[in-house]
Design a protein around this ligand. Sequence first.
Ligand SMILES: NC(=O)c1ccc[n+]([C@@H]2O[C@H](COP(=O)([O-])OP(=O)(O)OC[C@H]3O[C@@H](n4cnc5c(N)ncnc54)[C@H](O)[C@@H]3O)[C@@H](O)[C@H]2O)c1
Length: 272
Amino acid sequence: MKEYYEHKTAAVTGGASGIGLALVESMLEMGARAVTISDINEENLNRHVARLSEKYPGRVQGVKTDVTSEFSVRTMVDRAAAFGSGNIDLLFNNAGLGLSGAFEEQDNDKWEKAFAINFYSVIYGVRAALPYMKAQKSGHIANTASGIAYVHFPYQSMYSATKSAVLALTTSLRYEYWDEGIRFSTVVPGTVATAIWGGGPIPDSAITPEQSAAGILKGAAENKRVIFVTEDDREGCLINALGAYVPHMTKSMDEYMLGVARARKAGSFSAI
Ligand SMILES: NC(=O)c1ccc[n+]([C@@H]2O[C@H](COP(=O)([O-])OP(=O)(O)OC[C@H]3O[C@@H](n4cnc5c(N)ncnc54)[C@H](O)[C@@H]3O)[C@@H](O)[C@H]2O)c1
C-alpha cells in the first residue's frame, strides 16, 4: 500500500486531531510528498504543523479552514494543489462532529449547522478537488461517514441523517466519476478514541486513531467502495441491513433499537 501514497499530494480536513491527524502522519511516513492539514482549530494546527515540519521538512503545510464555508474549502484545496505543484491526488473529507440529542430540542438552525459541518463540507471538498482530478484523470476522494450511516440510532437523528447523506452522495459519485479515473470511497472508521467523545467515557472496544488510519489507508489503496475499518462495524451494518428485509430479524432489530431508545430516554447515553 506504500506505493499508493508515496510521492502523492494529499489534503485532510479536520487533520489537526484524532483520525485526521493520524491519516496525515501515516501518509507522511509512507512518503507522501505534499500533505495539507486543514483544520479550524488554529492552535492544534500550528502545533502539529511545526512538529511534523521538523520531521518531514517541506512536505507538510497547514491551512486554517472552516469546512462550513465553501470559499474556505476552495481556498484550502487550491493551496493544497499549489503545494503539490498543481496536483491533488488524495482528499480526505474527514472533518465532522458527533451530534446527539432529542429531536424536539433541535430547531432548524441546529439542523442547518449539522448539515453544514457533516455534509455540505463534503460537497465543497468534492467540488473544489474535481477540476484538478478531472484534468489529471486521476485522484481519490474519501469521505468519512460512520457506522451510523447504516445503523440509525435514536437520539442521534442528526448524526444519522448527515452521515447517511455522506454515504449516499459518495456512492453515487463513485460511479459517476469512475470512468474519469477518479475514485470515491466512504469511510466507516470504527469506534475510535479521539476528542470527538468530548472527554466523556469511551467504549472499551475503541481503537486508536493510528489503527483507524491504517485501516482507512489500506482500504483506500484497495479502492474499497465502503472502507469498514473494524469487523464490528461491518457486522453491525450488515445485521441492520438484514433487519430491514428479513422478517425474523426485523423484530430483533426493533427490540434492540427500542432498548437503546428507552435507555437513552432514561438518561443513559453515549455520545457517538
Ligand atoms: N471517533 C469515532 O469514534 C468516530 C466514529 C465514526 C465516525 N467518526 C468521524 O470521523 C471524523 C473525524 O473525527 P475524530 O474522531 O477524529 O474527531 P476529532 O474531534 O478528534 O477531530 C475532528 C477535527 O475536525 C475539526 N473541525 C471541527 N469543525 C471544523 C470546521 N468547521 N472546519 C474545519 N475543521 C473542523 C476539529 O477542530 C478537529 O480537529 C468525523 O467526521 C467523525 O464524525 C468518528
